[in-house]
Each structure stands twice: as structure tokens, then as C-alpha cells.
Design a protein around this ligand. Structure first.
Ligand SMILES: C[S@@+](CC[C@H](N)C(=O)[O-])C[C@H]1O[C@@H](n2cnc3c(N)ncnc32)[C@H](O)[C@@H]1O
Length: 302
């Protein structure tokens, strides 16, 4: 394992000494998530309170408000989602307290989950993203080597063989990805899930010690993607909608995957702290088929 550097730097220093960003497509959407967390942090009573996000934003020359279109509602939803995914990660670590484990944070973007989720030297933490994001991350992220076993890898979720074999399969492993599944197509998604299960999973029937934690969209958002400002602006394509997260267990991964948590975004902890108009929209949405499952958090065991 080791650090890989983008052959095509997507950044350059600007006159103001901030770093000019020229990411496009799904890589650019990492900036939306970063800004959403920074905006949440600037609130008096933040939902996530990621103190590193504003620091990273301040290093970048990028018109965050107009390019991302993120306001307080989207910021609140992203903060709540990230907070819940942090909680699930902490749950995995608590389950294996004191044991050597691996956490693979795939499509990590500019997210500092590795800093928010406290962990010690028994945790091997691997962040993975596409080369352009990895290159930017190396330049602007605070050091994530808190536990002493940290690696940043460039690789594509659509090419599992390219990076997964570089991560030792010698311990219980959590693979977590936030904001990724929708940028893959279903075939790539299948290869990713099957690749993870076959690399890190034990034999069929052996106790399931490994987890995949991710979020997913319902097809309503994929159909309405023209309305999602940051997707439209970056030219990214939302493709894979997971309307039936159990399907993966029934039809993929040789039935070795088990869905153990399915949390709808309209009902997740944190919603109660949204601005009131957004809270009301969520409460109504929770009664409307398709809208109800427009976004979800999933935890699988294998
Ligand atoms: C919406 S952002 C989420 C970033 C990060 N998870 C966060 O929450 O801040 C989407 C991320 O997925 C990454 N991504 C998209 N396609 C990918 C692929 N095939 N392999 C690895 N990462 C990918 C992008 O580079 C980007 O960092």
C-alpha cells in the first residue's frame, strides 16, 4: 500500500494563495459535501460540527455558494447523514474494541471522517478516491494519521481489482462509502459489492464479522437529477438507484450479504434539528411513497 499521486494535477495555486480547483464530474461533488459540512459547522448549534471542513474550504479557490447551491437545508441533511454514518462506523469499532480491524473509507472525497471517528493504533484506516480528489486531498487535508496506520490510495470503485488487493484481508473489515453508489451504474455496483465480499468475507456459514455501510438514493432522485444543483453544475450523472436494498442479499454476493440496518433519511436521527420548513417537508415526505425512500443509509454484514 502507499500514496498514489494523480498524473494530472487538478489544482494550481491562485494569486490569493488559495488552491484553484478544477475537478469536474463526480469528483467535483466532493466539494459540495465539504461545503455542506463547513456550513453546518458555522451554525450556532451544528448537527455534525466538523471543525476541519471550514479549514479545508478556506484553503480552496472555488465559488462554493454558487457552484454547489448548498444552503442551510441541504447542509443540515448532509450533516445528519454524515453524523449517522460516523455513528455506524463507531458501532463497528465498538463491536471489535481492542481488536485489530480495517476501515476502508471508499470515495472519501475531502471528508475527515478519519478524524471525526476517534480510533487508536489497532485500526488500519484506508481512504480511497479517484486520482484528482486524492491529489487535492493530499494538499489540503489535515493529517489523518491519528492512529498511526493510515493510507490514502487512488483507485476507482468501478475497477475493484485495481486497489482492493493492496489492502490486506487479515482482520474484520468495514468498507464505508457515502455519496458513491449513485455515481456508479448497477453493473459497477454489483462488481463493487461482490469484490468487497469476496476479498474480505469469510467462508459461507462463518460468523459475519465484516460490514459494508453506505448510503443510496431511490429512483425518484435519479429521475429528478436535473433539479440537483451540484450534480447539474458538475456534469456528474446519477445512475444507480437502490429501491430494494435487500435485492443485493438475495441475488448478488452468493447470498453471503445480510442487510442489518435500513435507515430512511426522512426519519434518521438529526431530522428533528433541521430548519422548521425542511422538517415539515420531511414529515410530509415520510408519508409519500417514493419520496419516503428518496435517500437511505444501509448497513450490511458479510
Ligand atoms: C458526493 S462526493 C462524496 C465524497 C465524500 N464521501 C463525502 O461525503 O464528502 C462523491 C465522491 O465519490 C468519488 N467517486 C465517484 N466515482 C468514484 C469511483 N468510481 N471510485 C472512487 N470514488 C469515486 C468522487 O471522486 C467524490 O469524492
Amino acid at each position: 500500500m502507499g500514496l498514489e499521486i494523480s498524473p494530472e494535477p487538478a489544482t494550481a495555486k491562485s494569486a490569493t494563495n488559495t488552491i484553484k480547483v478544477s475537478l469536474t464530474g463526480s469528483e467535483e461533488t466532493a466539494l459540495t459535501m465539504l461545503y455542506a459540512r463547513a456550513l453546518d459547522s458555522s451554525q450556532t448549534n451544528p448537527i455534525l460540527g466538523d471543525k476541519w471542513a471550514p479549514e479545508i474550504v478556506s484553503k480552496l479557490n472555488y465559488d462554493f455558494p454558487s457552484k454547489t447551491g448548498v444552503g442551510c437545508m441541504v447542509s443540515a441533511e448532509i450533516a445528519a447523514r454524515s453524523g449517522n454514518l460516523d455513528g455506524m462506523t463507531e458501532g463497528f469499532l465498538a463491536l471489535h474494541a481492542g481488536e485489530p480491524v480495517t476501515v476502508v473509507h471508499l470515495a472519501c472525497g475531502l471528508d475527515t471522517r478519519c478524524l471525526r471517528v476517534k480510533h487508536g493504533p489497532e485500526v488500519r484506516w484506508v481512504d480511497v478516491d479517484l486520482p484528482g480528489v486524492v491529489h487535492l486531498r493530499e494538499r489540503v487535508s489535515p493529517s489523518c494519521n491519528v492512529g498511526g496506520d493510515y493510507t490514502l490510495l487512488a483507485g476507482s470503485a468501478a475497477d475493484v481489482g485495481g486497489w482492493i488487493d493492496r489492502i490486506p484481508a487479515d482482520r474484520p473489515t468495514l468498507v464505508i462509502f457515502e455519496g458513491l453508489t449513485m455515481y456508479l451504474n448497477e453493473t459497477q455496483g454489483r462488481h463493487l459489492f461482490e469484490g468487497i465480499v469476496s476479498r474480505f468475507g469469510g467462508k459461507r456459514g462463518v460468523e459475519k464479522q465484516n460490514q459494508i455501510i453506505c448510503d443510496a438514493l431511490g429512483s425518484i432522485i435519479v429521475r429528478l437529477q436535473g433539479w440537483v444543483h451540484s450534480v447539474e453544475n458538475s456534469g456528474a450523472l446519477l445512475d444507480w438507484a437502490m429501491d430494494d436494498p435487500e435485492m443485493l442479499c438475495r441475488e448478488w454476493c452468493d447470498e453471503r450479504l445480510e442487510l442489518v440496518e435500513h435507515m430512511l433519511a426522512v426519519e434518521m436521527p438529526g431530522v428533528e434539528r433541521y430548519p422548521w420548513a425542511f422538517r415539515a417537508a420531511m414529515a410530509i415526505g415520510a408519508w409519500v411513497p417514493y419520496v419516503r425512500s428518496h435517500s437511505k443509509l444501509l448497513r450490511y454484514r458479510f
